[in-house]
Write a protein that binds this ligand. Structure first.
Ligand code: 5RP
Length: 229
């Protein structure tokens, strides 16, 4: 289904899908909340109905701070057995709902919260829709002492892994670990790829979300919000 819209900037498209995601939030429930600039728009929209929800489980320190600043209660993931919905962005999404995530370095907690949810709703602008995953550098959260051996394993696959830096130093995730960004991959079987890389020693989380794939994608397009399910 497509809702018509005048020419919108990327930021406005993010606002549009952030607001559209409210339709998946059930009154009285706890909502799973992802991380990133698109999710920030969702959090802003969620604040407008905060009196109707119990709170949120957050996937990053950044989202927790934003939720709390807007007066939304944040629950620890251990306090929750199940969530109806988890709403998050993506760096890439294919037609099957498989995604690459982790551009904001929050992939591990994102996967944990997504695994609690019955339904993953992805919100993204149309630039994120791809035929096949692998153009966006794949984020992999790693234990620092394993970084080089994991990089060598990717080299065997013909890909190049580089340590993500911030201010000239290795970026440290909310979990105290590092991120490798992997270029040159062709991910033809996301489920198998996720399984394979996840079992390499030292890999905390690979940024392919095939097991926790999106059930619904709200895509911001020049024509408005397109729903893919
Ligand atoms: C963070 C993520 C984000 O969902 C992804 O990077 C998309 O972010 P944005 O909405 O800013 O484009 O996976 O780890």
């Amino acid at each position: 289904m497509t809702t018509p819209a005048a020419a919108l900037s990327q930021d406005e498209l993010k606002t549009l899908v952030g607001q559209a995601a409210l339709q998946y939030v059930k009154p009285g429930e706890i909502v799973g909340v992802g991380t990133g600039s698109t999710v920030n728009k969702f959090i802003d929209a969620l604040a407008t109905i905060k009196g109707q929800i119990e709170g949120a489980v957050s996937s990053s320190v950044a989202s927790t701070e934003r939720l709390q600043a807007l007066g939304i209660k944040v629950f620890d993931a251990n306090e929750v057995e199940s969530l109806s919905v988890y709403i998050d962005g993506a760096d890439e999404i294919d037609g099957n709902g498989h995604m690459v995530k982790g551009g904001g370095a929050a992939l591990t907690r994102e996967k944990i919260v997504a695994a609690l949810a019955q339904r993953f709703v992805c919100i993204a602008d149309e630039s994120k829709l791809v035929e096949a995953l692998g153009t966006f550098p794949l984020p992999v959260e790693v234990i620092p002492m394993a970084a080089k051996q994991i990089a060598r394993r990717f080299e065997v696959k013909g890909a190049q892994a580089t340590l993500r830096l911030r201010d000239g130093q290795p970026l440290v995730t909310d979990n105290g670990q590092h991120i490798l960004d992997v270029r040159g991959l062709s991910i033809t079987d996301p489920l198998a790829f996720e399984c394979e890389v996840n079992q390499w020693p030292g890999v905390v989380t690979v940024g392919v979300f095939a097991h926790q794939k999106a059930a619904v994608c709200l895509l911001g397009t020049a024509q408005g919000v397109r729903t893919i399910s």
